[in-house]
Design a protein around this ligand. Structure first.
Ligand code: FES
Ligand code: FE2
Length: 331
């Protein structure tokens, strides 16, 4: 039995499973909360999703192909339209009606921020808002969807935590940072995000200069970090010269202890720097978190008294409290 991944309350939320650019000519298999789904693009180019099981003899539909926007099962060639309807059974005469149970139950799917999101059941809330995506002063930079051998609970706890910066991120921005964390006050930023604002002096090694656009050895950052249940985190960074660097950190539980991770960046820069150069520093920071967390086994204890927390853990403890509340919500 799973610790949290089989909790039905989690089925009604949106999860990032792929980059929009990953969906092309072939079906894609993804797993969320222990359930496999197939993704494909229909004739109009819209992303589609369904459980990855053919109703005929249960072949994974992701082993098949996409032909003219229809999903074709590899086993006996049954074809499914974008809405999941079975439109052809090659072994039957064309005038024989398709059995009603042959249709797929479509999974809600949406493309937002260059990412493909699915909701395994009925969405109880919208995909969290990132208003920078509609702001023409900002450009968006997407990254691949990676698999981390880490529980989504540990990843979200980590992304809400700043006290690990001077320990885990010594190779990037955390060296020399004061280990003491100031008093953090949590607040609702809006209907979608809950978190805290803080200021920090960050190391600015030469590898970071494409991101910060300065060669000052230390840069002052005005930041906010917040979460949207269950596992999405956003961080905003503002520098002295008005440059803003916004991060969406999307974590999706494959199961209790493995997760997809992708991040998206929005920046109001002059777009002269190659996007890859800009996000190389964010990638290096993510690699530091991944290397640390992949050494921490299992699920983060959901009972808060099973781990010791201090003042600087307030944001991640609050995330955990609300996450457990969500798991316990019967309706
Ligand atoms: S199992 Fe898919 S067509 Fe037979
Ligand atoms: Fe980190």
């Amino acid at each position: 039995m799973a610790v949290f991944a089989d909790n039905p309350a989690l089925l009604d939320h949106w999860y990032v499973v792929a980059g929009a650019a990953d969906l092309g000519e072939t079906p894609v298999r993804v797993e969320v909360l222990g359930r496999a789904h197939v993704l494909w693009r229909d004739r109009d180019g819209h992303a589609r999703a369904a459980p990855d099981r053919c109703p005929h003899r249960e072949a994974p539909l992701s082993c098949g192909s996409v032909d003219g926007g229809e999903l074709v099962c590899a086993y006996h060639g049954w074809r499914f339209g974008g809405d999941g309807r079975c439109v052809a059974v090659p072994s039957s005469d064309p005038d024989v009606p398709v059995p009603p149970a042959a249709h797929l139950r479509s999974t809600p799917v949406a493309e937002r921020y260059g990412l493909v999101w699915i909701c395994p059941r009925e969405p109880a809330a919208a995909i969290p808002s990132m208003p920078w995506d509609d702001d023409e002063r900002f450009r968006r930079i997407n990254t691949e969807v990676d698999v981390w051998e880490v529980s989504a609970t540990r990843m979200t706890d980590n992304f809400m935590d700043i006290s690990h910066f001077p320990w885990v991120h010594t190779g990037t921005f955390g060296a020399g940072q004061d280990t003491r964390v100031p008093h953090l006050e949590l607040e609702a930023f809006d209907d979608d995000w809950y978190g805290y604002a803080y200021e920090v002096d960050a190391n600015n090694p030469s590898e970071a200069e494409a991101t910060t656009t300065t060669d000052d050895p230390v840069v002052h950052r005005w930041m906010t970090t917040g979460f949207s249940l269950p596992f999405v985190v956003r961080s905003t960074i503002r520098y002295e010269d008005g440059l803003e660097h916004i991060l969406l950190l999307a974590t999706t539980p494959i199961d209790d202890v493995r997760s997809y991770f992708s991040f998206v960046v929005w920046r109001n820069d002059d777009t002269s720097t190659d996007p890859e150069e800009i996000i190389a520093f964010d990638r290096a920071i993510g690699a530091e978190d991944k290397a640390m967390l992949e050494r921490v086994p299992g699920v983060l204890a959901l009972d808060r008294t099973a781990t010791v927390s201090v003042q600087s853990d307030k944001p991640s403890v609050e995330w955990r409290r609300r996450f457990v509340e969500l798991l316990d919500d019967p309706g």
